[in-house]
Ligand binder design. Sequence first.
Ligand code: AMP
Length: 297
Amino acid sequence: MGNLSPKQAHSNRPMKPTLLTEPAEFQAWCLSQKREGKRIGLVPTMGALHDGHLSLIDACAPHCDLKTVSIFVNPSQFGPQEDYEKYPRALDSDLEKLTLRNVDVVFAPETSAMYPDGCTTLVQPPAIASVLEGAMRPGHFQGVVTVVLKLLNLSLADVAVFGQKDYQQLAVIRQMVADLNVATRIIGAPIVREADGLAMSSRNRYLSAEERPAALALSQSLQEVTELFQSGCRDGRELAASLMQVLIDGGVDTADYAVIADAQSLEIVDTITQPAVALVAAHVGQTRLIDNCLLQS
Ligand code: AMP
């Protein structure tokens, strides 16, 4: 309590997180805390926070003494035709949400601070990045692993939490961290959904009321494939065909993929004999959505 003003000491109101925008400042703060023996937790995000993001902070909390959240819309993971410019930015309301979660530090750098002139090093993503999202979005995972490695180096985090919503991203990051001997422990957290089943996403706000029913086709396809799996079907092609049929019947505009893959390697599975994952990606109007669910006995 020594550092608190009398007002803070007598107030139950949560304190606003400290907002840092300079990478060197964030690193210096994390380093000084680590030297005092504190365990740092990091939740990397692109902001426009929803309950899915906030669940990652809850998952992080038991593993750290200090909770940090990064908010950075990383240009290097967006393709030229993608939504970088119009991606939602909502720092003020994000800070309010993070205050209620008792986050200690928010790191929200400018693009020029993360990628100053002359910063040209890029991390080559692991092989698992070449399929699915990597095939549909060339360069995406190179941008992801580059920024995540920078964030892990800045924060010196003991633990970092990522959502299973981006299943392949989590797998790619785990592999990168293993391959490059990064000391941070990576934790995956379950998908948080809206009441109607739609996986929460900052991009859901792009959906019009008319588009929303078609967006539900993604979670419905996973629901149906889970039922098929539970009724005994182990044929990967039959399960994938069911996913695609529900997407089409549900009215998505285009489906990028609908597959059954090995949960570890992400290789397409003919017959499920070990944990698998159903993964779907589809466009509804201008919005690209992804979703997935594990299939295991
Ligand atoms: P983003 O801001 O979209 O880059 O996401 C930041 C982190 O939040 C990533 O680790 C995502 O996988 C995770 N995330 C996004 N949506 C959800 C969700 N609905 N449930 C759980 N985690 C999520």
